[in-house]
Design a protein around this ligand. Structure first.
Ligand code: K7E
Ligand code: RUQ
Ligand code: CUA
Length: 649
């Protein structure tokens, strides 16, 4: 969301008097129940009931919060370098940020998805997209670390991503920006948009055992903006649904030109049939370039590979598996309810909220009853697909979530509220304001076939007046609501890291991280590992100096090194030889242009240092690890180029 756009809308709405101010709340204008505090208070030493994984938006990371307390437990670095633990700075994890464009140290992440078995969370992996340089990451939930990142070719604006099918067979990803594909000459006039630009949807296979990602095939599509997606479940399990806006195919002044059509579309794709086409050979191998990066747990080193071709199915030739459903107007989210029957299209500029019926869509397809074709794709009649419309629910609908009892909850950005309505009859049941301008919301567990319900969280873009001011740049925030009763009830608001989009919560007892997964030295197959302080040493190979270092309370071994010269590249391979799971050591050198490293017990991490001045440069442990932490230090002597100071350690 562009901030300017946001603020102008807020000014507009505030002028209309629709928004209340947080100040009013403090004056008692919105009721926060007396026992709200009791409901969210998790006493010291007690654990939260849910882990909530929140996308970091322009921070590129994922942050983990406990629910209901709203306590920040951890930031998991994914697409951006993270000085706090050396991610993307140490030699081990740097390859994770490789792309076909080279090393890209930042991205914009929007949507989290938990792996599922039979449309229920299985607690194995978390997936998240990078919007800017199109990538998908897999985070391993046994150690809360980024395990794999795959780039997507032929794609720009990887926003409709990463939505998973209900047995995690595929991750589905659609391009927000249409562009010339990688196999075209991309140097074309932008005004030739309609002729030369394409949308792309990717199907990424997930290995059942390891979670390993591989790009199976892509669909070449008309140049719409594919904004968001959701997979079906139960009867609709073989389908994925995408919203398309800019079906006007505009390439400039989109705020006007892409808002012409009264209805855009939801694109329904039978992914099983598409996969059958791919398996039958109904595709062309197309040249392209994309990176695939994997963290190897045994060696604690990431490897990065650039791949150069992909299967592309031309949907002008093969289109018996995709259908367009008209949807008013510039839809953003598309959301499938827990039964798989209802599909909600959230038209940002639409007065009413349409709810489509999967069984009706199926019937229209079976009877070959279509309104015609657009760009070669069959269009189902709006009325033939429609279950019902929620009449005038609010302004600017973005996303809808569901509880286990047949209720839906829709976020309205412009009117800054969440509206609860009934799936059966599309009747509004309750509404509650958000402070302010909610984007995504999540009902815990809503993308499974049996949502947890109980809590709903709003992810708000604007927090003016809500917290102590921090200058003109304010945080984004979440608000937690109790939805166990008929009326929604606000319990808590808490600030977030980066701009949150989607989030996924899982019951805490589904995950068992921590000590049972800490690395035993014996399982560490890093080539630079040492197992005892006696093995610590220093080696020179040309202008490369390798320092094999041990860290243990409360020493760094070796702690005096000499013989380094200007022009050398120094690699500190630090092994934490502690065997107690919660004692990390850090390591940093004065003046190094890489960050520190954080080394967990049993691990080896490598920090590269190119000294650029002569002198004594101290190094030390950066993580307060014992009463003698301040004694965990050392000196490196750097001599001029060509000097004959011998190696000494
Ligand atoms: Cu609505 Cu990127 Cu999911 Cu944000 S998107 S709000
Ligand atoms: S030392 S416990 Cu820098 Cu005072 Cu931290
Ligand atoms: Cu080791 Cu501080």
């Amino acid at each position: 969301m562009r901030k300017l756009f946001v603020y102008s809308l807020v000014t507009l709405i505030a002028a209309g008097g629709v928004l209340q101010s947080c100040k009013l709340k403090k004056a008692g204008h919105i009721a926060v129940d007396d026992d709200a505090a009791k409901q969210v208070y998790v006493a010291p030493g007690h654990y939260d009931e849910y882990y909530n994984f929140v996308s970091g938006g322009f921070s590129g990371q994922v942050s983990v919060y406990g629910i209901p307390s709203g306590r920040l437990l951890k930031v998991i670095p994914v697409f951006s370098q993270n000085g706090e633990n050396g991610y993307g700075y140490d030699e081990n994890t740097k390859p994770m940020l490789n792309t076909s464009f080279g090393f890209v140290p930042w991205d914009d992440s929007h949507h989290t998805q938990l792996s599922e078995t039979d449309a229920m969370y299985d607690g194995r992996w978390l997936f998240i997209n990078a919007n800017n340089t199109p990538r998908i990451a897999r985070i391993d939930l046994k150690n809360f670390q980024t395990a794999e990142i795959i780039e997507l070719p032929n794609t720009a604006g990887n926003h409709a991503s990463p939505f998973i099918t209900c047995n995690t067979e595929y991750i589905v990803a659609g391009s927000r920006f249409s562009v010339p594909t990688d196999y075209q000459n991309g140097d074309v006039p932008i005004k030739d948009y309609k002729k030369d630009f394409h949308g792309t949807i990717s199907y990424i296979k997930v290995d059942k055992k390891t979670g390993g990602l591989s790009l199976d095939f892509q669909l070449a599509l008309p140049p719409y903006n594919y904004d968001l997606s959701h997979s079906g479940k139960n009867a609709s399990a073989d389908w994925s649904f995408f919203t398309c806006y800019n079906t006007e195919e505009a390439h400039t002044l989109l705020e006007v030109n892409a808002s012409q059509h009264d209805k855009d579309y939801i694109l329904a794709i039978n992914w099983k049939k598409a996969a059958e086409h791919a398996a039958k050979g109904d595709f062309d191998w197309k040249p392209c370039k994309y990176a695939h990066n994997v963290m190897n747990e045994a060696t604690e080193q990431a490897t990065s590979e650039i791949l150069n071709k992909v299967k592309v199915i031309d949907t002008k030739k093969y289109n018996d598996f995709l259908y367009l459903i008209p949807c008013p107007k510039s839809p953003h989210g598309v959301d499938v309810d827990p039964t798989g029957e209802y599909i909600v299209g959230n038209g940002k500029l639409s007065a009413n909220l349409p709810v489509f019926s999967f069984s009706k869509i199926e019937k229209a397809i079976k009877n070959h009853k279509f309104a015609g074709k657009v760009d070669g794709i069959n269009v189902i009649k709006y009325e033939d697909a429609l279950h019902g419309e929620v009449q005038s629910p609010g302004l600017g609908s973005l996303h809808t979530e569901f509880d286990a009892d047949g209720n839906a909850y829709t976020s309205f950005f412009i009117s800054s509220e969440i509206v609860k309505w009934s799936l059966k009859d599309c009747k509004i049941e309750d509404r509650i304001p958000t402070y302010y301008s909610v984007g995504h919301l999540s009902v815990l567990g809503a993308d499974t076939k049996k949502p947890y319900g109980k809590y709903m969280i709003a992810y708000n873009k604007i927090t003016k007046d809500c917290f102590l001011p921090t200058g003109p740049e304010l945080c984004q925030a979440a608000q937690l609501y109790d939805i166990s009763g008929n009326k929604m009830k606000l319990l808590l608001e808490f600030p977030l890291v980066g701009e949150p989009h989607y989030a996924s919560a899982i019951a805490a007892d589904m995950l068992k991280p921590n000590m049972q997964y800490f690395t035993r030295l014996a399982d560490n197959h890093n080539p630079y590992k040492i197992s005892t302080a006696q093995q610590a040493r220093m080696e020179r190979h040309g202008n490369r100096v390798d320092v094999y270092m041990a860290a243990i309370r409360s020493r760094l071994v070796p702690d005096n090194i000499e013989g380094i010269k200007l022009g050398d590249e120094v690699y500190f391979h630090v092994t934490n030889i502690e065997q107690e799971w919660d004692i990390p050591h850090g390591f940093a050198v004065k003046g190094n242009n890489n960050a520190e490293i954080l080394v967990m017990p049993g691990e080896t991490r490598t920090l590269k240092w190119i000294p650029n001045r002569v002198g004594i440069l101290p190094y030390y442990c950066t993580d307060f690890c014992s009463a003698l932490h301040q004694e965990m230090q050392g000196y490196a002597r750097v001599s001029p180029k060509g000097s004959n100071t011998p190696l000494k350690f």
